[in-house]
Design a protein around this ligand. Sequence first.
Ligand code: FAD
Ligand code: DHB
Length: 389
Amino acid sequence: MRCQVAIIGGGPAGLLLGQLLHGAGIDTILLERRSRDHVLSRVRAGVLETGMVDLLDAAGVGERVHAEGLIHNSARITSDSADFSIDFNALTDRHVVIYGQTEVTRDLYEARDATGATTLHNCTNVTPCDIDTDAPHVSFTYDGQSHRLECDLIAGCDGYHGPSRQAIPAEHRTEFEKTYPFGWLGILSETSPVAHELIYASSPRGFALCSQRNANLSRYYVQCALSDSPDDWTDTAFWDELRRRLPAAVADKLIIGPSIEKSIAPLRSFVCAPMQWGRLYLCGDAAHIVPPTGAKGLNTAASDVAYLSEAMQKYYDTGEKNRLDSYSAQALARVWKVQRFSWWMTNLLHRFPDQSRFDLKVQEADLAFLSENRAAQTALAQNYVGLPY
Ligand code: FAD
Ligand code: DHB
């Protein structure tokens, strides 16, 4: 089996890269560990930067996000002492679009099917091999048989737990990590959202977020203990806790209903450098993780894909490797700014178990300054709507 670019991982990063390369006449084979149904059932991110929407357009899959995505020009931040909106549109002339990662992934799978490109699901033992030679390949098992996929380049888009990052020799790889002493418990519910604006709520009981997917589908999160499991939380317990963390006027308007999905995600900041080795290039969660507070995980996977797809196109158009060689440095420059923003938003809005009275006062002052200061709001807005690629 042979192709120009072997893609490991059929999440949003691998699929989007595949579509952009296909548009440039570059052929790919995509290997995914799970079934398509499994990939499409994972409820994750919901906020798209306009840069990501532009990329979906460039990949030819923008139709539904434009028809069904919700334009959000602002978001609200609340706490015991502050309640204000960040007006993205007034501060940056830009906005974000609410459109679920499940929908992005569905659009991309449909488009990939239409191109006739090969996608193999339920692959096991997927391993990038000979990546430091001019003839790399990926070995894997499919349908009970061992296979060898020969290629020019390998894109490791296999998420945080995938094999690609591990293929970079440990002595050449530096991993930067910060874990947080809490997680997010999220539910999806077929109810109308409590407000059009997303609400980021800091409260003495911990953080809460009111988000949405559409007019009849709400997504809510509460900060929870790492030791919690979704089964510990009945729907009633979730709604009660959410209400306690919101301003009373918002809590009163909350429409509750049964959850149709409930899961817990631990919070982590992580970066692997470099993001490439030989002919292997890491993209998205394979190379970096952010805590979800700034809504940056999916969007940063997309900015990696933008850089990598352009570098690969240049290589195939001209034979020049210079863009490929500088991929990691280019991507990491943006990744670290996104890491800083996500870490800062997380610190601003969560309760930490070891927070001193001093720490709480500094956090309160940080929120007060943000509520009063246009420059601080502009900095938040610029990061939230997305830094330039
Ligand atoms: P992934 O979506 O992880 O895709 C990687 C793909 O590789 C998967 O399909 C996986 O099955 C496949 N794979 C793994 N191992 C192998 C293998 N051995 N062989 C072949 N294929 C393999 N971001 C936000 O902005 N907001 C959120 O609310 C949010 N919630 C999240 C909740 C959870 C539980 C998680 C894990 C992430 C969340 N994120 C969120 C982050 C966001 O969803 C990710 O940043 C985004 O999915 C990254 O896309 P990706 O394609 O790089 O990785
Ligand atoms: C959602 C997730 C986030 O992490 C965030 O900051 C905003 C929205 C969501 O799932 O809708």
